[in-house]
Write a protein that binds this ligand. Structure first.
Ligand code: ADP
Ligand code: MG
Length: 583
């Protein structure tokens, strides 16, 4: 039998989509405050989040609107389907207030700035039980209590208080990054746990969210192209975290999850981070609302973007250039970074593929004077790699070798310690890569062709991948049922030709079908490691200066190909402190 659900029941079901846990209530209420043009938003919650109050100084509501606001699909933000494509407010479904009222007790007090008095509306079980004039300041206060009192199962599924409250802290932090001109305060049981001043600057908001010291190690970046602009902060590689939780991406002021944009930011850190590490970053992207589809998820966190490849390329380049302007040497101990310089927006050509700009790169004027000029060396590239790093690099003078694997050097602002293996790996990685991206890689013709001993598996992959294998510098010829090896790469580690071939075949075997660029990257990484000086190998002075010079010529000298640092700096400040010259 088909039955029409009564209103209260239907309301609870719909509410389930929007109001899952305490943080959902905070999200909806604070978004309403922002849509109402608030400059100040205050959230007060109990530790379990089941009772909370959101106060704003926004536009308020008339007595009639205060009643209407709790009617399903009542919204002041869109009038019809035509508007759906171009919504710029955070809410637009007219579902939040009725959904909250369906699962909690609600009291609303609201007053438009130009009115003398406020209106108070009280709801129980989704129905208005009181509505009338009251005292109150301009703006709106919504108090929600006994959340999920009528949904014991949902309440049981909530996690611990610290977890639920943590989600609220995270949310408010994200909103503070998205709306830097709005002041946010969050308190738990009378104690302030988060405060952002709303001064309008992203660095100030980041200081409130990540902590002052961390925020100082985040580099500003900005860029624009036709109809698109973005700004953000990119964290020093040494501050990378083990999850993406510390990446905040906003599209038109709305926090979103978008894999392509996350990847774009991470790609800019390619080879600068160890695997499993994610950069700290804030990205604030502005574009024509018509290019964003926010209507894909009830909680509106996943968005679809038109032309993601172009956006990704712009963002990746913006972040890369921010990183390239800075020294990325980790300063011991921990991150202690100089205050960030003001970013200069970089203007990109759009939407064609970007070419190397002629002459001075656009960001050159932004470099600190008294540094080495940008190197113009062609970038070793893997597939469609973007513009190369042109890092600021200290002028290093080698002092001594320190067992078992370190080179000590002086340079700008203190003592540098270089890991000889990591440094050599980076140098070989880039040199090998350069060999393989040219026309033909250097090969060594064998005076005496070899017949390497290959097992059935090796033979099979070689049959299938002969052109790929030969493109690395091998020359092979079928010879009876076996193969004749006539030439081997001249760019790899010093190892017998057969063992180089077996390395390649092993990689192909392990991976099955593999793109050339992936094979090249893995091979170059492995061979750079094999060919590099080891820990315990004692280097003499010319070897050390040679290695340091080659490292300085690398495109991304700060890390080995696995993302480990090639050098660290013990700063002047650290030495002064240690020797008690300053306190
Ligand atoms: P939506 O935000 O999707 O429009 P809501 O149920 O969240 O739907 O809110 C309904 C309406 O109530 C809003 O469109 C707005 O006009 C009004 N409203 C809600 N909260 C506030 C607030 N804090 N200040 C001013 N108006 C508000
Ligand atoms: Mg809303």
């Amino acid at each position: 039998m088909i039955r029409i659900l009564d209103e209260a029941c239907a309301g609870q079901i719909a509410a389930g989509e929007v109001i899952e846990r305490p943080v959902s209530v905070v999200k909806e209420l604070v978004e309403n405050s922002l849509d109402a043009g608030a400059c100040r938003v205050e959230v007060i919650a109990t530790p379990d989040g089941l009772e909370l109050t959101v106060t704003d100084d926004g536009c308020g509501m008339s007595p009639e609107d205060a009643r209407l606001a709790f009617t399903r699909h009542a919204t002041s933000k869109i009038t019809g389907l035509a508007d759906l494509g171009v919504v710029s407010t955070m809410g637009f479904r007219g579902e939040a207030l009725p959904s909250i009222a369906a699962v909690a007790g609600v009291e609303l007090r609201t007053r438009p700035a130009n009115e003398d008095g406020a209106t108070r509306v009280v709801l129980r079980d989704g129905r208005i039980v009181e509505h009338g004039p009251a005292a109150g300041a301009p703006g709106t206060t919504v108090r929600v209590h006994d959340l999920f009192h009528n949904l014991p199962v949902r309440r049981k599924h909530l996690k611990s208080d610290p977890y639920e409250f943590g989600l609220i802290v995270e949310l408010v932090g994200r909103l503070a990054l998205a709306r830097t001109a709005v002041s946010f305060r969050l308190s738990r049981q009378g104690r302030e746990v988060f405060y952002a001043p709303g001064s309008g600057g992203l660095p100030e908001a980041a200081a409130a969210v990540f902590g002052r010291e961390t925020a100082r190690g985040m580099f500003p970046f900005a860029g624009e192209a036709e109809g698109i602009s973005f700004q953000g902060l990119a964290g020093h590689p040494s501050m990378a975290r083990t999850s993406r939780r510390y990446q905040a991406i906003f599209v038109n002021g709305r926090w979103v999850r978008n894999y392509a944009l996350s990847r774009a930011v991470e790609d800019a850190y390619k080879n600068l981070l160890m695997t499993g590490r994610f950069p700290l970053a804030v990205l604030d992207l502005r574009l024509d609302p018509g290019l964003v589809d926010v209507n894909v998820h009830p909680a509106k966190q996943d968005v679809r973007l038109l032309d993601e490849p172009t956006l990704s390329r712009l963002v990746r380049e913006g972040v890369r250039q921010a990183l390239a302007r800075r020294s990325l040497v980790p300063v011991w101990p921990g991150a202690r970074h100089e205050p960030a310089p003001r970013p200069r927006p970089v203007t990109f050509s759009f939407p064609e593929e970007r070419e190397e700009p002629p002459g001075e790169p656009p960001w050159a004027a932004n470099r600190e004077p008294d540094r080495d000029p940008p190197r113009a060396a062609a970038a070793p590239t893997l597939g469609e790699e973007p513009a190369p790093y042109r890092p600021t690099w200290p002028r290093l003078t080698v002092l001594a070798w320190l067992a078992p694997t370190y080179i000590l050097a002086t340079g700008d602002g203190g003592l540098y310690i270089i890991d000889q293996h990591a440094a050599h790996e980076r140098v070989l990685f880039e040199e090998h890569l350069a060999c393989l991206t040219g026309s033909t890689p250097p090969a060594q013709i064998l005076a005496c062709p070899l017949t390497p001993e290959l097992d059935a598996g090796h033979k099979a992959v070689l049959d299938k991948n002969l052109p790929l294998v030969e493109s690395l510098g091998f020359a092979l010829e079928p010879f009876g049922g076996a193969w004749l090896l006539r030439a081997a790469p001249a760019w790899g580690p010093p190892a017998p030709a057969e063992s180089l071939l077996v390395d390649v075949l092993d990689m192909l075997l392990e991976k099955g079908g593999i793109a050339r660029s992936d094979l090249v990257e893995r091979l170059v990484t492995t061979w750079a490691c094999k060919g590099a000086v080891k820990s315990g190998d004692r280097l003499d002075y010319p070897e050390m200066t040679g290695l340091v010079r080659r490292l300085g010529a690398a495109q991304a000298p700060y890390t080995c190909p696995h993302g480990r640092p090639t050098l660290i700096q013990i700063g002047e400040r650290e030495l002064l402190t240690r020797f008690k010259r300053i306190t």
